[in-house]
Design a binder for this molecule. Structure first.
Ligand code: PLP
Length: 440
């Protein structure tokens, strides 16, 4: 029997909950970097083990039949608010719960959910909120698989979509939402979700989240559809979209949070009222992050700030070099924005320029291929946010499935090389880019 004082009223067992979290000391609110070392975990509940063990089990023993019933009432929604016990590993587990508690700290969210990949998080989220006849409104471009899920999968279930360019103004957003509302009414549905990706992959175009929130409130009402945003490129350090009016923040944890290119996972965070329906569908479909990956993510979260800060400093130095190079046509780097509206969005929403950017090589695919094939430190691979520098050519790789016309419209050209700078020595990286550009 647990010795802590969190008995569940009316149930003759206690859940072994960790001690009350310490979130402030002497009125000082503790920073996420501090909380990543222990929040949500109590060594007393695991034989004193300083780090959480990995709980490899498919199911959890109930202390009594009444406890089992009580937990299932939470799982099935018979009692609102979710379960307060460990039941079955498709629903929850200690590693995932600690991870989710820690993830919610970064975005100051009430609740978070972990998934087996970023795309699982996105698919379960969209399936939760969209029904036949509904319209989903999204910014463009999105990561190709997210766009594909909307256009090719949700469409099979009678969900249609409208998209807008990332930099759209308040007036353009109002017009589009009016159109979406009329479209939904005609289809017998509703505008179910506004889905954003900012910065967008791979162009780094920013969405004005505040303008989207104002437009939603004006056209669809404050109790209108949730605004979800994929914050993979800048989160959790350099952009906190829930503070700018978004309701749900989406991550591919595979990227900066995992940070070592050795796992695949995803997450959602937001108010409990938005997370509860998603948790219910995750319970049914599966897709929760596995315990081993959750453990690795907790290890990664201890250094996420250090890694991202160093990667951000490296990217600034590398971009200074690339911007001057005669074989470089331009850069899509948030530290060197040339468009006044994009700069205004950056100033209001972002606290750092990140370490993933695009470089436009003078020429086309052949010149870009020569550059990529000549690199000796940077690795030629898709993905981003790892400790090592990665380079790819989106038009030929991650965004190959995007129709040519749409690629042209979104600026995903054959000479757009995407670079994700890691934590190596920045001058070594510059030497590598210098010799590879010489080979173009
Ligand atoms: C912006 C963005 N969102 C979502 C995803 C999908 O994440 P995952 O590969 O973890 O499913 C990616 C993957 O590259 C991405 O770049």
């Amino acid at each position: 029997m647990s010795d802590n004082n969190n008995d569940i009223p009316g149930v003759p067992v206690t859940r072994r909950l960790p001690k009350t979290p310490i979130k402030e000391i002497g009125g000082r609110k503790l920073k996420p970097a501090t909380l990543m070392m222990g929040h949500g975990y109590d060594p007393k509940l695991s034989e004193g083990s300083l780090k959480a063990p990995i709980f490899l089990t498919s199911t959890f023993a109930f202390e009594s039949a009444a406890a089992g019933k009580h937990f299932f009432e939470g799982i099935t929604g018979k009692r609102p608010g979710g379960t307060d016990g460990l039941v079955y590993s498709r629903f929850n587990g200690p590693n995932q719960e600690i991870l989710e508690d820690r993830l919610s700290i970064w975005d100051e969210a009430e609740d978070a959910l972990s998934f087996s990949s970023g795309m699982t998080a996105i698919s379960v989220l969209m399936l939760t909120y969209c029904s036949a006849g509904d319209v989903i409104v999204h910014s463009g471009p999105l990561y190709a698989a997210s766009e594909g899920f909307v256009a090719k999968v949700l469409s099979k279930f009678g969900v249609t979509y409208l998209d807008f360019p990332a930099g759209a103004t308040r007036e353009e957003l109002d017009t589009l939402l009016d159109k979406a509302k009329a479209m939904a009414a005609k289809q017998g549905g509703k505008v179910a979700m506004i889905y954003l990706e900012s910065p967008a992959n791979p162009t780094n175009a920013l969405v004005d989240i505040e303008a989207v929130c104002d437009a939603r409130n004006a056209v669809l009402g404050e109790d209108g559809p949730p605004i979800a945003i994929d914050n993979t490129f800048l989160g959790p350090l350099w952009q906190r979209p829930l503070n700018n009016g978004a309701d749900i923040v989406v991550y591919s944890l595979t990227k900066y949070v995992g940070g070592h290119s050795d796992l695949v996972a995803g997450s959602l965070a937001g108010a409990k009222k938005w997370m509860d329906p998603v948790r219910a569908l995750r319970n049914t479909m599966g897709g929760i992050c596995d315990p081993n990956t959750a453990w690795m993510l907790m290890r990664s979260l201890e250094t996420v700030e250090l890694r991202m800060e160093r990667a951000g400093q490296n990217a600034a130095k590398v971009c200074e070099f690339l911007a001057q190079h005669p074989k470089v046509e331009g850069l899509g780097y948030l530290g060197m924005i040339s468009d006044a509206r994009q700069q205004d969005i950056f100033d209001r929403h972002c606290s750092g320029a990140g370490s993933t950017f695009s470089v436009f090589i003078k020429g086309g695919e052949a010149e870009s291929f020569r550059f990529l094939d000549s690199l000796r430190i940077a690795k030629l691979a898709v993905s981003l946010g790892g400790t090592e520098t990665l380079v790819s050519l989106p038009a030929a790789m991650t965004h190959l499935s995007v129709p040519d016309e749409r690629k042209a419209q979104l600026g995903i050209t054959d000479n757009l090389v995407r670079i994700s700078v890691g934590v190596e020595d920045p001058d070594d990286l510059i030497a590598d880019f210098d010799q590879a550009l010489a080979a173009v």
